[in-house]
Design a binder for this molecule. Structure first.
Ligand SMILES: [Zn+2]
Ligand SMILES: [Zn+2]
Length: 206
């Protein structure tokens, strides 16, 4: 049976099946790319999750396993609404890992989801119900869980890190230069500019 460190549940906040699925995705990605945890700015993860589905919990598992964290700018969402992620390492290439339909189908009749569909939050679901569905995830083999695709042509150019900052000429607050906008001849921050941050900072992958 796959062993999951207990701190990962503490970090995630509750015991659910999707955080462990993400953790196992991360472990498998490190194995396939032959890399360890990203101590600095190494692996980048492109999660295909969107918003508003409980499967999003998997992203905390991915971060726990790979240390490709939100804070280090190493995980981004593509908003495809799929339980999948691509793991890219600058020296090692990329691999996409997708949770197999068959495994998703085998989980979905579980009592855990009856509670979830009634709006019961994971931490309120009886412990034995949660333990049972988590065991199903931990007892499955990688082959039962995941479709794995190596992506030899995957390209990504991470944004270059910069400490350069300027001052918004309207509110006076510091802004990292990339985010300064020009409005009426003045350098301003995004909230003062009236522009939206929208899509310009979404990851560009192909
Ligand atoms: Zn969760
Ligand atoms: Zn401002």
């Amino acid at each position: 049976m796959f062993q999951l460190p207990d701190w990962t549940f503490e970090f995630h906040g509750h015991r659910c099946p999707f955080m462990p699925i993400g953790y196992r995705m991360g472990e498998l990605a490190k194995e396939k790319l032959d890399v360890g945890k990203s101590l600095n700015h190494d692996m980048h993860v492109f999660s295909e999750m969107g918003i508003g589905h409980p499967q999003g919990c998997m992203q905390d598992g991915i971060m726990a396993s790979t240390a490709a964290t939100f804070g280090k700018g190493l995980i981004e969402k593509l908003y495809y609404g799929k339980v999948a992620a691509t793991f890219w390492h600058p020296q090692k290439g990329a691999v996409r890992i997708y949770l197999k339909n068959e495994f998703a189908d085998s989980l979905s009749p579980h009592e855990f989801f009856k509670y979830r569909k009634k709006g019961v939050e994971p931490s309120e679901i009886p412990e034995e119900v949660r333990a049972d569905i988590i065991d199903k995830v931990l007892n499955a083999t990688n082959e039962e869980l995941f479709k794995v695709t190596m992506l030899p042509d995957f390209e990504y150019k991470p944004v270059k890190g910069s400490f350069a900052k300027g001052k918004c000429e309207v509110c006076g607050e510091y802004v990292f230069e990339r985010y300064l906008r020009i409005k009426d001849g003045k350098k301003v921050c995004i909230p003062c500019s009236g522009f939206h941050a929208d899509e310009m900072f979404l990851p560009k992958v192909k």
